[in-house]
Design a protein around this ligand. Sequence first.
Ligand code: HEC
Ligand code: HEC
Length: 289
Amino acid sequence: MSKREIDDHSGVETTGHEWDGIKELNHPLPKWWLYILYGSIIWSFGYWVAYPAWPTLNSYTHGILKNSDRARVTTEVAALKSARAPMFAKMQATPIEQVKSNEELFQFAQEAGKSTFNDNCATCHGAGGQGNKGFPSLVDDVWIWDGTYEGIRQTINFGIRSGHDQARISAMPAFGRDGMLDAGQAGDVTEYVMSLSKMADANAGKAARGAAVYAANCVVCHGATGAGDAAQGAPNLTDAEWLYGGSRADIAAQIHNGRGGVMPAWSAKLDAETVTALTVYVHSLGGGK
Ligand code: HEC
Ligand code: HEC
């Protein structure tokens, strides 16, 4: 029962809808807009036929073009792998120390190493390997563990405290938490560690008392001079590089808690030649030994 009429005020036809005396004017959609809409609907039918579109009970319609991003990636990865194979073989056959002096091999190792690094290592060690608190910087020449080629390769393959049976292990005791040092001794040895790296605000009196605490508890791992021991992963305490931060509170926290960082083992996830490329890359970042 249409009650269309011309609205007196605007001279426009109404749709016949009226609420409490308010009438709806009839403004149809512009033609050009409608044609685009109809065109899109027709296009979508073509798309459904050509491309993967509709889910079915346990698969989907594949479309007559059989387009699949997953298949394309698989083919591209396989192509990349076979393109890289001869270079990988050549690199594996070269003693790792000599890769650097072969321009072509070194370039190749850098590229393969860098992309693997970004995919697997950057989450912890930072995009360029610059490190984060608790995750060592790989761009300097300070090494907690062995920074030679074979040392780096071993770290990558088996990890650190990773649970792998060839992992690097060592554990700094939680001197404070486990009551091995009382609060006074822990405070004194904290000042002593600060004095080792010549921090200006180290308290000289406490540091002097801390020297004895250090000699009795810390020398076995960090050495008499505080220079550290790569065989046990005990960092050098005399430099300005800190894994867990170099403030008084950071140092005291490590003495209290004895944290031990975990680096995963990669030997099961990355093949041997990828680990070689990574080793060359990491070694070149900051000056390996
Ligand atoms: C889950 C975090 C994590 C990931 C991922 C990770 N690392 Fe580590 N990495 C660590 C930690 C933590 C340490 C320090 C362990 C310690 O306290 O001694 C470390 C130490 C190292 C060291 C020894 C540094 C030194 O000074 O001796 C090397 C080399 C290294 N990582 C390389 C890599 C490479 C290459 C990858 C990628 C294949 C990688 N890491 C991935 C956490 C990680
Ligand atoms: C059994 C060996 C061992 C003993 C003993 C030991 N440490 Fe450590 N210490 C380590 C290891 C290993 C690390 C590195 C932990 C890590 O990489 O996660 C470390 C780290 C540290 C750090 C942090 C360094 C940084 O760069 O952030 C400080 C500070 C420290 N130790 C002080 C001491 C003091 C002080 C004592 C004696 C009261 C002591 N340690 C005794 C093995 C030891």
